[in-house]
Design a protein around this ligand. Structure first.
Ligand SMILES: Nc1ncnc2c1ncn2[C@@H]1O[C@H](COP(=O)(O)OP(=O)(O)OP(=O)(O)O)[C@@H](O)[C@H]1O
Length: 249
């Protein structure tokens, strides 16, 4: 259970990350103390553990929004393995657009951009063109039940739950090889949460590798093929959802 059963999409070795707090006498906080993890094709690996355990730091290092101190992060692409820690910023941005979906709790849309355009732009970064990208974006927003009347309004007028659905649509349109999820459904009502979890589940079934943080135990029980429990910046346990989280209520 500590290794994926399918070919690796992501291999992380001895990942270390610390922060220097310049405003507090240069104190150092270490969030990852040498983490090893492999995620396979069609696997949904859920990261569990208490607040401050290092889950988001791990996701952000894989996305390279945090630069790790040391260690190796390899994405296995069709063109062979790519060491993400060695990539220049431009190559990383290109690879991120094509191969990595990242959905956080918050939508980061450029000013005066509409939902359909945000999602179509994500589809274009993944290689779709013209009307195909727009059609895929429309299908994604429809699947997440975002009211069509909102597709061309400025994202800044959307509610928290509407923004999260745009974010999920952008992260999953023309699905990437690896999908990183950091609390993606925290603002959704039950019906929309179900739709989003169904979508994520269907992506795993189609071969997308998913690495996710959900504080919601129900989502982990439903979606995770493996659960990795972090504690104090280290992996403390790896197993099925029932092994690691206990039996679902
Ligand atoms: N940008 C940052 N600057 C300084 N310290 C940080 C930063 N990001 C994370 N940390 C610290 O690293 C440690 C791990 O944080 P991280 O956000 O990875 O935990 P987490 O398990 O995702 O927690 P939560 O469940 O509350 O989101 C914490 O002590 C946190 O304060």
């Amino acid at each position: 259970m500590s290794q994926p059963a399918s070919p690796a999409v992501l291999t992380v070795r001895d990942l270390r990350k610390s922060f220097t707090l310049h405003t507090i006498d240069g104190r150092t906080v270490t969030s990852l103390h040498g983490v090893d993890l492999e995620v396979g094709r069609g696997e949904h690996v859920a990261l569990a553990g208490p607040s401050g355990a290092g889950k988001s730091s791990f996701l952000r290092c894989v996305h390279r929004s945090y630069l790790p101190d040391s260690g190796s992060i390899v994405l296995h692409t069709d063109d062979g393995p790519v060491e993400l820690t060695d990539l220049g910023d431009r190559e990383m941005a290109r690879l991120r657009g094509r191969e990595l979906g990242y959905v956080s709790q918050f939508l980061a849309a450029p000013p005066r951009t509409a939902p359909l355009e945000v999602v179509a732009a994500a589809a274009r970064r993944r290689g779709m063109t013209g009307s195909d990208a727009r059609d895929a974006a429309a299908a994604s927003l429809q699947r997440l039940a975002l009211d069509e009347a909102l597709w061309d309004v400025d994202c800044s007028v959307l509610s928290g739950g509407e923004r999260q659905r745009v974010n999920i649509a952008a992260g999953t349109v023309h699905p990437p090889r690896l999908l990183l999820l950091d609390e993606p459904v925290s603002a959704l009502d039950p019906a929309n949460r179900e739709r989003a979890l169904d979508l994520i589940d269907s992506l795993t079934a189609s071969g997308v590798a998913v690495l996710a943080v959900f504080h919601d135990l129900g989502a982990m029980h439903r979606l995770a093929t493996r659960v990795v429990r972090f504690a104090d910046g280290r992996i403390a346990q790896i197993g099925t959802a029932s092994d690691v989280l206990g039996v679902a209520a």
